[in-house]
Design a protein around this ligand. Sequence first.
Ligand code: GP9
Ligand code: MN
Length: 432
Amino acid sequence: KPADLTKIKKFVATQKLPDNIQYYGTQKGKNVFMIHLESFQQFLIDYKVDNREVTPNLNKFYHDQHTLSFDNFYNQVGQGKTSDAEMMQENSLYGLATGSAMVKYGTNNTFESLPGILDQRGYTTAAFHGDVASFWNRDNTYKSFGYNYFFSKAYYPNASKPNFNVGYGLKDKIFLQDSAKYIEQLPQPFYAKLITVTNHYPYEIDKANISFPATTTGDNTVDGYVQTAHYLDQAFGELMTYLQKAGLYDNSVFVLYGDHYGISENHQPAIAQLLGKDKVTNYDLAQFQKVPFMIHGNNLKGGINHTYGGEIDMLPTLLDLLGVPDDNMTMFGQDMLSPKYEGVVPMRNGNWITPKYMKYNNQYFNTTNGQQVTLDSDSELKKIATTTQDYVNKVLSYSDAVITGDLLRFDTGRSDFHPVNKKDFDYKKSTG
Ligand code: GP9
Ligand code: MN
């Protein structure tokens, strides 16, 4: 078994990329805010309904000169949905082919996760979420990831008030307000992850909080999506205003990401209407898997970056910005800012997207113009399809091997890796 890790680490070493000296370490020592935008798709950015922006605050943030915004960034989740996104974001390990890795392996496995890494470097680490602690096995998994604190629903007195919850938990505005009060008290530097939830299927919210027109596709599960997204945007805007007043804006780096689609492929007629098309192709559906990835720091050179990447790449990208050496880590993603980064994005089902070609729902397309191509019609595709597929199958199966074999427990003898002691953490809310 330790030999399995050796083999995998050898492969991982071959895909380590040189740092980008323009960015490396520029965010070192800052507080880190990780803001999980539930079910938030990239198409919402700058999207308008009745000539009104759905998400004015996020749009402003997206276009800020100090925000690095990626517009070809894909979600790569499988059945584990939110928990798969978290697995990738914290570890640069994929979710599993079936089920949720956090549920199956979160309790017992050894991980080298962002909270544990930052804890080692003097950070206070805390996760915030307005749902019950046990959802997706977070209460156990976060200990394995090394979170010092996990503020779940029990920590929010407002959660017991009538009309303060919707769907999976505390409404985002209240959740973020109450979380900010806790965050202000954390010793700095801190790493704070905020997992929003109001913008979640079935996209319903009480009348008093609706301040945006629904779309009119006639598909009931789709038309409220922009309304809850608008609510999330307002909640985000309020949080930013609050943090600016609290003096926590300039000494922090903000990372925002969408975890997965909000509108599933079962709603193709409605998707076509939202995109202003007669009919959607598999190419359009692939575009629809894009989610936001934004990084903001007051000294960061921002702009819209067209690099192709996905959630697996978030951690290596962030670690380089924070100036954290990661050469010995077992990560399957790559630093999207590296000058050598190429951008092969594996989907959990074995499909893939590259800047030139993509394989989606088992059809091939030219990524730049959406033309459908086949192995016979396109000799360049034919050349790269096999090697790309081999690479995709390899990273997925190696990542699976790391998780199902709990291989990181063998990664001992490294002076730069100190596995967390899960017993150091207790997230139970004590009274008094
Ligand atoms: C619930 C939440 C939702 O706690 O994070 O998870 P999802 O259904 O999106 O996977
Ligand atoms: Mn989710």
